[in-house]
Design a protein. Structure first.
Length: 231
């Protein structure tokens, strides 16, 4: 390139380029080590017999994410990325923090409690002094909170649930509530190895809407009004 380059600028640029290439080398080494560690886990599903749906591969990063997703599916026996808000990096954090055997938690409630995503009361002398969630230093909990936050624009049942909790409780509590629900869903999928089915939650959402509509109509009748649907 033609230009007026000063010696100190070229020196800085050369050092920045060398640092960038070195960082890319370290990232590649880390990726290879992660791949080696993942291949050491026992398979819970035969990927050749029950393959995952092919994802669109537009670049090298997408290819690595796809390969990571397949490894997680092989190790856990179920595709957790089918759950809205859950990505392959989120599953990687859960696998690194929790491991591949989630049966060490007897129930989904125990799993959510370990993550610090359930209420915890501070009681002294039979009197509740404080209520809230426990402060935990847990990367898995943080990953699920980030996943819950990403549900804000999701058109799924979980997205509807997050927005409903956000309107009712505010953003911070809604994130915890949605993360708690995600934790329970993921635990059930890993333990049962059943695929995620949005239709089940769509039915729950329809029942919730029906109950809400019935409650609003009852309140309107009590006030002497009659609700008329908009055609």
């Amino acid at each position: 390139m033609i230009g007026d380059y000063r010696a100190e600028h070229l020196f800085t640029l050369r050092q920045s380029l060398d640092a960038y290439r070195y960082q890319q080398q370290l990232i590649a080494e880390c990726d290879r080590e992660i791949e080696r560690q993942l291949k050491s886990f026992e398979s819970k599903v035969d990927v050749s017999e029950r393959p995952l749906a092919e994802a669109r591969r537009s670049n090298k990063t997408a290819l690595r994410i796809t390969e990571l997703r397949v490894q997680h599916y092989r190790i856990l026996g179920v595709d957790l990325t089918a759950v809205p808000g859950i990505s392959s990096p989120t599953v990687q954090v859960l696998l690194a923090e929790v491991g591949h055997d989630w049966s060490k938690f007897p129930t989904a409630s125990a799993f959510a409690s370990w993550l610090g995503l359930c209420p915890d009361n501070d009681i002294s002398g039979g009197k509740i002094l404080w209520t809230g969630t426990r402060k935990v230093n847990n990367r898995a909990s943080l990953a699920l909170r980030l996943a819950a936050r990403s549900l804000h624009h999701s058109q799924s049942y979980l997205g509807e649930y997050y927005r409903r909790m956000r309107a009712k409780l505010g953003a911070p509590k809604a994130i915890v509530a949605a993360a708690h629900k995600l934790a329970r869903i993921l635990y059930h999928l890993v333990i049962s190895r059943e695929p995620y089915q949005e239709s089940i939650f769509s039915t729950l959402e329809a029942k919730y809407r029906f109950r809400t509509e019935a409650r609003v109509k009852a309140q309107a009748r009590a006030l002497g009004f009659q609700l008329v649907p908009i055609e």
